[in-house]
Design a protein around this ligand. Sequence first.
Ligand code: FES
Length: 498
Amino acid sequence: MDTTSVWRATAPGPGFAMLQDDLQCDVLVVGGGITGVTTALLLAEQGRKVVLLEAGDIGGGTTGHSTGNLYVTTSQGLSEIASQWGADVAREVVTQRKAAMDFVEVQSRRNPQAAFTRCNLFLWARDAADQDGIEQERQALLEAGCLVRMDDAVPAGLPAPVGRVLVLQDQAQFQPQAYVSDLAQRAVRAGASLHEHSRVVELDLKTRTALTATGSVKAGEIVLATHSPKGVHLVHAEMPVHREYVVAFEAGAQDPGPGIFWWQGEEGLSIRMLGHEGRRYLIVAGPEQTTGTHNAKAALMAVEQLAGKFLQPGQPLYRWSAQNYRSHDGLPYIGRDHSGCFIATGFSTDGLTWGTLAARSIAAQLAGQADPFAERCAPGRFTPVKGARTLVEENVTTLKTLVQDYLTRSQHEHLSSLAAGDSAIVEAEGETFAAYRAPDGELFAVSPVCTHMGCKVRWNSVETSWDCPCHGSRFRPDGTVVEGPAVTPLRRKQVQLG
Ligand code: FES
């Protein structure tokens, strides 16, 4: 399935050359999403010698597959942060996220393609049972000093609320791919060296050297802006991994106009509009799904069905999905961890704002500036009481996966019965492996054991990838890493049967 997002289809990438050299620099940034590119720009502007390595295209990870919304609250709710951390921390979160949003606005002034627009965020419920949550959110936002009002209705074209509608004023939307492409070009003009299609295949933390297939970078400092840090890091044990499915439709007759529309509840959707070259799109994101344990096609179909039922859009034009990593206590992990590298992760679905904040925080820390919020977000923090429930629930999933992987066998099929476009865990020549037959008939067979920490991968029929349910590593049918903490590809197996 073509999973190009509307952002990537309507904004060109910058097109940087692959690394083909052995470089030395002050700071190596791994990852070319909003976190990495903003970090590279800020450090280059400080006069540092910066190299950025991106495995694919700039913005081709989560940034270019997001919903392009910026807000001071979080998708889990500011009330969650207030209940876990208290009102003071909730206020601090709002202040910091607002500063990040303002930063994006300033950067976007010189780039009309970024289409930065201030708008309101609407939060409502269609089930009476969810209305209490809206009231709790109102309280938390008011206590944090936000501009909030309650309306009786949502804009035209959206499903009617059961109760009053929370309106959080002065939030924002933009075109994330156009934004990050422009920032990347500015980073180069400021002296940074950016390389696309330059996947890090080995990271030697002792010598601070990263190897790609065609070059190497030796650095004084390393920033892992890869969403989930590469390799084995303590934070992996604390972060549940989810995917979110998004569809951009041709807009229907009803157009709610600018705004971030969050319909809360089991069938809840995140909705926004996009105008581009005279065309209107309706962008709809569905509920989160745990990576590696759901039926990807069914999840995508559910978004289309819900949108069709409640929003009456035109044709679906773009379909995509994105992965997110949730921290155990509602705050992201930003800063230097036990590996000595800087990491930035645990953003949940709020990564455009957290990623910008992370880049500014890491640049400030590297410049020796004090950043009190950095202590809050330090990766080494561990607050078992605050995050205990999430951590226990999610670790049960991971443990179950590990146990099932090695004690049971499932869906074994014969290679000869694998049709074009099919995948299966198969047994051949005394070995178990993950097989996929491409539409052109080519057969790919790889080890099903994730190279990160040994869980077994599961098929994702939308993205055509093998996904690991434990910490979210994802692999192409030929075993190469797509994303996640794994560095090493799945072992390729040569098979005789056609
Ligand atoms: Fe950690 Fe697969 S991502 S075991």
